[in-house]
Design a protein around this ligand. Structure first.
Ligand code: HPA
Length: 232
């Protein structure tokens, strides 16, 4: 047990699929997994372990923002011997080249966050997902005919920014959009010698101001979740 996870070590699989919303973790377990059981409910951060087409997998919420995913991913990697975390989340688009529901495979995260520096003295502001893991995800997407767009994402500490400089971040770092977790996840994986990847569905656009409803989001997440699970 850790301060935030009550699961027994042997009840956590080597690979964890991690949505932000714990209720989405519940939905994934109930919809896709066989023989699943609840392994965590501390602070309502639901986690389950089951099998998908015979492969053992855990699915657990990360909460929103880098401090939250920073805690859960660190504890899973360090104390539960998890090897691989695949984040499945949503993002806001920084370019009108992206449509709502497009699926992004994050190759790197740009962030102005202090998370990496505070955690380990790492002063980088661009951190990378695992290239081997990405190769598997790309191959799987190809086989399943799921369209993915690869690129850089902005990992932000602030949802409600007064001055949203998205055009600058797009021009300078080629950030396709914004979410709030991948930078801390990639950092923890690198620091602890583990693997992390991140798939994101476009849920809104900062350019066109379009938004998806929460019900629409639920169903649009299907191909992203299936891609993560099939990549197992
Ligand atoms: N900002 C930050 N995180 C997000 C957004 C956004 O617009 N959309 C989905 N995750």
């Amino acid at each position: 047990m850790t301060p935030h996870i009550e699961a027994k070590k042997e009840d956590v699989a080597a690979t964890v699929i991690m949505p932000g919303d714990p209720l989405r973790a519940k939905f994934i377990a109930e919809t896709y997994l066989d023989d699943y059981k609840l392994i965590n409910n501390v602070r309502g951060m639901l986690g389950y372990t089951g099998t998908y087409k015979g492969k053992r997998v855990s699915v657990m919420g990360s909460g929103m923002g880098m401090p939250s995913i920073g805690i859960y991913s660190y504890e899973l990697f360090k104390f539960y011997d998890v090897d691989t975390i695949i984040r499945v989340g949503s993002c806001g688009a920084y370019t009108n080249q992206l449509d709502l529901y497009d699926l992004i495979l994050v190759t790197s995260s740009y962030s102005e966050s202090n998370y990496a520096y505070k955690q380990s003295g790492n002063a980088d502001h661009i951190l990378y997902s695992d290239s081997e893991l990405n190769k598997i995800i790309k191959k799987t997407a190809n086989e399943k005919n799921i369209k993915i767009i690869e690129g850089v994402i902005h990992s932000s500490d602030v949802f409600y920014a007064e001055d949203n400089n998205y055009q600058e971040l797009y021009d300078k770092y080629h950030c396709l959009g914004v979410e709030m977790e991948s930078f801390a996840l990639f950092h923890n994986a690198k620091q602890l010698n583990k693997q992390a990847a991140c798939l994101l569905t476009v849920s809104d656009s900062l350019v066109t101001k379009e938004m998806t409803s929460s019900e629409e989001r639920q169903s649009s997440f299907t191909s992203m979740i299936e891609l993560a699970l099939e990549s197992l």
